[in-house]
Write a protein that binds this ligand. Structure first.
Ligand SMILES: [Zn+2]
Ligand SMILES: [Zn+2]
Length: 276
């Protein structure tokens, strides 16, 4: 199993970091978690693309996690030689979001169907709402769902992906909670959105300070990883993005609470787990 952090940025535009998105792939299965800014470009850089995805899974419906879902849907549809059904799985509201996205795309769908004689179907995309406790079999992969805590944004979910004798947790945006603890139990890797409070505190903006309340700090993520006995903690969706060269400071901050390996992710960082 390979885990690739396709996009490690946040809503703050960054020329070097695409929006939140993580790819988990095995020999026969490719799962995309979240569809942040630039996700289709990063899929191409990872030598794959929307046509090759098994499923798309969303942690929540914040714009930075879903803003390029429409690009994933359109690119898969327009590039598939035959209809390629796609499920977009996520917390309650996902099915409705998919319907609204297809409505937003209806002009383009009409143009392309009228122009290309061999493209005579609409994007076969289905939204699937899931909740705490769901267990999904996607290709050769088992995915467990738990509720997370990103209040006042709700509902939100995290995922544990099991394949090749390994497990990786995609935590999404959340403060520490029982759901994350359950997913992390004995996992090989834990990919978590983090904020660095000491830097956020220096920005004199009430709106920016608000981000502290509903994300894990580096220390929070490290404590969750330690409680779960996780092997590798992958810090992503970094707020604010580390100034180049300061990544070791993030690692040190995590290492105060967690004895395992700590990775400060960058776009297209890849981690190999288990036996393929
Ligand atoms: Zn969020
Ligand atoms: Zn976010």
């Amino acid at each position: 199993m390979q885990v690739t952090t396709l996009g490690t940025g946040s809503p703050l535009p960054d020329p070097g970091r695409a929006g939140p998105a993580t790819l988990v792939r095995t020999t026969g299965t490719q799962l995309l978690f979240d569809c942040g800014r630039g996700v289709v470009l990063r899929l191409a850089a990872a030598a794959t693309g929307p046509v090759l995805l098994t499923s798309v899974l969303l942690t929540h419906l914040h714009s930075d996690h879903v803003c390029d879902l429409n690009d994933v849907i359109t690119t898969r549809w327009a590039m598939s030689p035959v209809p390629a059904p796609l499920e977009v799985i996520g917390p309650a509201g996902t099915a409705a979001l998919v319907e609204r996205t297809l409505a937003m795309l209806s002009d383009d769908i009409g143009y392309r169907r009228a122009h290309h004689g061999d493209l005579n179907w609409d994007p076969p995309v289905t939204g699937v709402d899931v909740a705490d406790g769901a267990v999904l079999e996607l290709g050769e992969v088992t995915v467990r769902v738990a509720a997370t805590d990103h209040m006042p944004v709700a509902p939100t979910v995290g995922y544990r992906v099991e394949a090749d004798g390994a497990a990786v947790v995609i935590g999404g945006d959340s403060v520490p909670c029982a759901g994350l603890d359950r997913l992390c139990e004995g996992a090989d890797a834990y990919v978590q959105t983090v904020v660095r409070p000491s830097l956020v505190a220096q920005v004199p903006s009430a709106r920016f300070q608000d981000v502290l309340g509903y994300h894990s700090s580096i220390a929070d993520a490290a404590s969750t990883a330690a409680r779960g006995g996780v092997s590798t903690l992958v810090l992503t969706h970094l707020v604010p993005a580390p100034w180049p060269g300061t990544e070791p400071e993030w690692v040190t901050e995590a290492a105060a609470h967690f004895a395992g390996e700590v990775v400060v992710a960058y776009d297209l960082y890849a981690l190999e787990l288990g036996v393929a």
